[in-house]
Design a protein around this ligand. Structure first.
Ligand code: SF4
Length: 449
């Protein structure tokens, strides 16, 4: 449980020596409770108090990190129930499942090569889940084949600890997720996960790195019981699997677990949630409502594309819009006589304008002004996109040196700025373009050619 300021104060030396930078131990305790300072700022805390305070300072949801050759995915460490309260930090991992008796190459290669270009970012799946069908040799062969195609993080699926150990031996130096432990096999699986943790007993097959462990049960109580037992064996990086593909049950479970972890500080369920999704609705629900690792039964571009975009939007900080770099962008090899179109540096606005002009084949200069990542109307209303800023961008990016015809086209939504901009850029012709980006090509052909 997180401790209150008063509870923390009782664990401090209470000498008010001020070495931490605060006038009293109580003031320091209050800051510590608000997580605004580090405990290490006080040099006089006893070891016993340190242990107690460290426990209370641990995040309510465990951060679980998977690593493979050059790839890493972090899941967990969330601090709010709703994105608008602050932000969601670590995107759920999206994995594609393949059974070890399937054609690995045919199933993995298309997903490995798939990338969605979205507002300047390349979105991809995060890794693959290899499911064993019982034979350790076949499992090993499947993982080796997969590793020839993809280096992304892996989830290994088997309830047989011997099969799992064989699979883990292939992933030397990686941190996969092993799935998993249940009421029957948890000790063997916990031993295996621990054996793969630095500082644990020597690994079964020598040399491999850490492994996080999925714990499966069909109720919150049973999961809490299992995670406590497994933590007692020294395995901390856990993921919980409610063992359901029912939309309603999964939503109820995920919401209850997140509330228990964040609001009640119940550490026994403070872990990312595993979701095996056999359809796109379930996967989309898991992206929106607290899925941690989402394993899709198969790779379909038409399913993965919207999932990746949905995830990107939900896991964007609502207070920090996705932005592009302000500057003068060239579209379709503009010439000195080509027009200068003006917009803001909100990514979606930029790409809407750039894509419309680019696909029309018409050459243009696109002047992106710094509007703190806001769209045209929002920025104008907030005073972040005005004549002064546009004129400043024209000068900062030396637009006059690039063009022979001094013509600036304002977005139609801010036609009201044209008079002020004429006053700022006295040698320039100020034109007012359409309100919507989609109408730019027609406007260009009618007015600018
Ligand atoms: S350094 Fe420690 S003992 Fe000194 S005032 Fe700060 S909290 Fe109290």
């Amino acid at each position: 449980m997180a401790l209150s300021g008063i509870q923390i104060y009782k664990l401090l030396p209470q000498t008010n020596c001020k070495e931490c930078g605060f006038p009293t131990c109580l003031a320091f305790a209050m800051k510590l409770a608000a997580k605004q300072v580090e405990l290490s700022a006080c040099p006089y805390v006893s070891d016993a108090s340190k242990a107690q305070l460290a426990e209370s300072a641990a995040p309510p949801m465990r951060l679980v990190t998977l690593k493979s050759n050059g790839h890493e995915i972090k899941v967990g460490n969330e601090v709010v129930l709703f994105r608008h309260e602050k932000t969601f930090y670590n995107r759920p991992g999206i994995f594609i499942k393949v059974r070890d008796d399937e054609d690995i190459q045919a199933k993995v290669e298309p997903a490995e090569k798939f990338a969605v270009s979205y507002v300047g970012m390349d979105l991809t799946v995060d890794g693959f889940a290899v499911e064993a069908t019982g034979d350790p040799d076949r499992f090993v062969a499947a993982i080796k084949t997969l590793r020839q195609i993809s280096q992304r993080p892996l989830v290994l699926i088997s309830s047989d600890a011997k099969v799992m150990a064989a699979g883990l031996a292939v992933l030397n130096g990686e941190t996969p997720l092993i799935c998993g432990a249940d009421a029957n096999n948890w000790e063997a699986m916990a031993d295996l996960a621990k054996a793969n943790t630095p500082g644990g007993p020597p690994p079964h097959s020598g040399g491999h790195g850490q492994a996080a462990l999925v714990v499966k049960a069909d109720s919150i109580e049973a999961l809490a019981d299992l995670t406590e037992k497994i933590k007692g064996k020294g395995v901390e990086d856990l993921v919980i699997d409610p063992a359901t593909k029912n939309l309603s049950r999964l939503l109820t479970f995920s919401t209850q677990v997140r509330r228990l972890a964040l609001k009640k500080n119940v550490r026994s369920v403070g872990f990312p949630i595993m979701v095996f999704a056999n359809d796109s609705i379930l996967a989309a629900q898991a992206v929106a409502k607290y899925g941690g690792f989402i394993v899709l039964d198969e790779f379909k571009p038409e399913t993965v594309y919207p999932l990746l975009v949905l995830r990107q939007n939900i896991y964007t900080d609502p207070q920090k819009p996705i932005q592009v770099q302000p500057g003068l962008y060239e579209i379709n090899n503009p010439k000195p006589e080509s027009p200068v179109l003006v917009t803001t540096n909100f990514s979606i606005t930029y790409f809407s304008v750039a894509n419309e002009v680019e696909s029309s084949g018409l050459p243009a200069w696109l002047l992106v002004t710094d509007a703190e990542g806001m769209s045209v109307l929002t920025a104008w209303a907030a005073g972040k996109f005005d004549a002064e800023r546009i004129a400043k961008a024209v000068k900062t990016f030396n637009v006059a040196d690039k063009v022979s015809k001094k013509r600036v086209v304002l977005p139609g939504h801010v036609a009201v700025l044209s008079g002020e901009l004429e006053a700022e850029l006295t040698e320039w012709e100020i034109k007012v373009g359409p309100r919507e980006a989609v109408d730019l090509p027609a406007y260009y052909k009618q007015v600018l050619v």
